[in-house]
Ligand binder design. Structure first.
Ligand code: FAD
Length: 499
């Protein structure tokens, strides 16, 4: 009764594997790609390392429940944490607006730019400050709590609940409109792409950042995943890479075995699908075990949008310590479409604090350009013609470099295009439906979801990973991996152990 097959070796699959081993199960992770990590990864190009994920990791603060969880899976073992002074800087109309870690500094810098917005600035900063007491829960999932535990939990979330109610009902655009000053208004509006996105998308990241709860583990995303892999293997776990599960054999309500594309089959008592939800329901289970919550969301992309990225890596022959780590700057309508419109801002992140990511004296820079449904469909079409696909990637890379040369003329001739990843890249490497790198984005009309991972009609297969709690992200991946094993322990009548 204790063999577990885990489909997917992303952060959720690794977390599930580690806790499976800690709880006496015999587990194996089957991973499609040749390496683990899923979307939490990075890749090497022309002597540079492109970090493909962590811009912020919630849970780096010592003593918080989430930090304890990251430690329990070996993700942050002995790792130096880098605390950048600003979340992001946004250039607009000749001004630079900083989202400083020090909330008082942020407030006074904003007041200098827009004294007329004192009330709106103070209200926003005070609401952000209220989140400093909030720590992301990483204990038991709600469905495993008894009544008393549930009541305690709900009470502990009271203040956050109030803020959620306030900011969940207004869009980023509505929040921006509270500011008279055009620079602040434009900066806040640009926090998310144009649309009905809830203002919580600004409040929570800034709350955890200014509260010291989110920073960056030095070494980046791939190193974090590899540390988790090491922890899993040290506990006796097994990994089979280049092993995409393509078939699930079911008898009655029981999964009997799964088969990989190379024909190898794996049997277990329990199966955990720690991969993309759409892939699980539509490809692996062939639409035979529909889930209302997911169908509702996948069928209504207006209310439940998915987002992907064009992710451009550039190598620069020079140093960038004097430029904010993440900078958003205006560009003259670049012909790169985002939600059918041309790109008006570029968001770059440089890794000057990671000397090992670039040759001596050089710096690696990444650019994330969000892509939505219309573009995701276009990329899918384009992919059918490999030459046209490559030409489009090159065109985008060149446009990004040209825009950088306009913004930073002294960099001209010193930048090299390293790589351009598209929504199709995430689809190809991680089986990410439409290339979506996180769950459904929060909109005003969308409802939040916390899914238990139970697949109705199947007794021994569960879903895990970021899709259980949109919009997902790394904390949700590590938490849901653990939660799945907690549920499994309960199911087989076994005490849960985290140690
Ligand atoms: C550019 C970018 C920036 C990001 N920045 C951040 C950030 O700053 N902070 C943050 O918290 N999050 C960030 N994220 C999101 C974060 O990467 C994801 O939320 C997280 O990695 C999801 O983990 P997961 O294990 O749930 O899923 P995944 O990482 O998708 O893992 C699923 C795994 O399953 C494998 N798989 C799929 N199908 C099969 C199959 N049939 N058989 C076998 N294996 C299969 C895939 O190859 C993959 O390895 C970012 C993502 C991207 C792309």
């Amino acid at each position: 009764m204790n063999k577990v097959v885990i489909i997917g070796g992303g952060v959720a699959g690794l977390s599930a594997g580690i806790f499976a081993q800690k709880n006496g199960f015999e587990s194996i992770i089957l991973e499609k790609h040749h390496t683990v990590g899923g979307e939490c990864t990075g890749w090497d190009r022309q002597g540079y390392h492109i970090d493909g994920c962590i811009h912020w990791l919630v849970g780096t603060k010592e003593g918080t429940p989430l930090r304890q969880l990251w430690d329990a899976v070996g993700a942050l073992d002995g790792v130096e944490i880098y605390h950048p002074e600003s979340f992001m800087a946004v250039e607009m109309e000749g001004e630079t607006v900083h989202f400083y870690r020090d909330l008082d500094r942020m407030k006074s810098s904003w007041l200098e730019i827009a004294p007329e917005d004192r009330d709106a600035i103070e209200e926003l900063c005070e609401d952000i400050r209220k989140l400093h007491h909030f720590t992301m829960p990483a204990g038991k999932p709600m469905d495993l709590m008894n009544l008393l535990e549930k009541m305690k939990f709900l009470l502990s979330m009271k203040d956050v609940g109030r803020l959620m109610q306030k900011y969940d009902k207004i869009s980023i655009g509505d929040l921006a409109d509270k500011f008279k000053n055009p620079v602040l208004r434009g900066t806040i509006a640009s926090f998310m792409p144009e649309g009905d996105y809830s203002a919580t998308s600004l409040l929570f990241p800034l709350g955890t950042f200014t509260g010291g709860q989110s920073s960056i583990p030095v070494g980046g995303s791939r190193a974090l995943s590899l540390r988790m892999e090491e922890r899993y293997l040290s506990l006796g776990g097994k990994i089979e890479t280049s092993c995409e599960v393509v078939d699930v054999e079911i008898q009655g309500k029981t999964v009997r075995e799964v088969t990989c594309q190379k024909g190898k089959s794996f049997q277990a008592d329990h199966y955990i699908a720690a991969c993309d939800a759409h892939v699980v329901y539509e490809k692996l289970l062939k639409g035979n075990y529909p889930d209302r919550e997911f169908i509702k969301r996948f069928d209504d992309p207006q209310t439940y949008p998915l987002a992907s990225n064009i992710y451009v890596g550039v190598g620069y022959e020079g140093r960038m310590e004097d430029i904010p780590r993440t900078l958003k700057f205006s560009v003259d309508a670049l012909p790169i479409r985002q939600n059918r419109k041309e790109t008006e801002h570029l968001q770059m992140t440089h890794y000057a604090y990671e000397p090992d990511f670039a040759p001596e004296g050089h710096t690696v820079i990444t650019f994330a350009i969000n892509q939505f449904q219309p573009e995701m469909d276009e990329w899918k079409e384009l992919m059918k013609d490999q030459e046209a696909y490559q030409r489009e990637k090159d065109r985008i890379g060149e446009l990004v470099i040209q825009a950088m040369e306009v913004r930073f003329p002294y960099m001209a001739g010193k930048m090299a295009l390293l790589d351009v990843a598209t929504p199709q890249t995430y689809q190809r490497y991680c089986n990410a439906y439409q290339g979506a790198f996180m769950g459904f984005w929060p909109t005003l009309s969308g409802k939040s979801m916390t899914h238990t991972g139970r697949i109705k009609g199947l007794d021994n297969m569960m879903l895990s990973g970021q899709w259980l709690q949109p919009p997902g992200g790394l904390p949700i991946a590590v938490i849901t991996g653990k939660d799945t094993i907690m549920r499994l322990c309960k199911k087989v009548g076994q005490e849960w152990s985290r140690a």
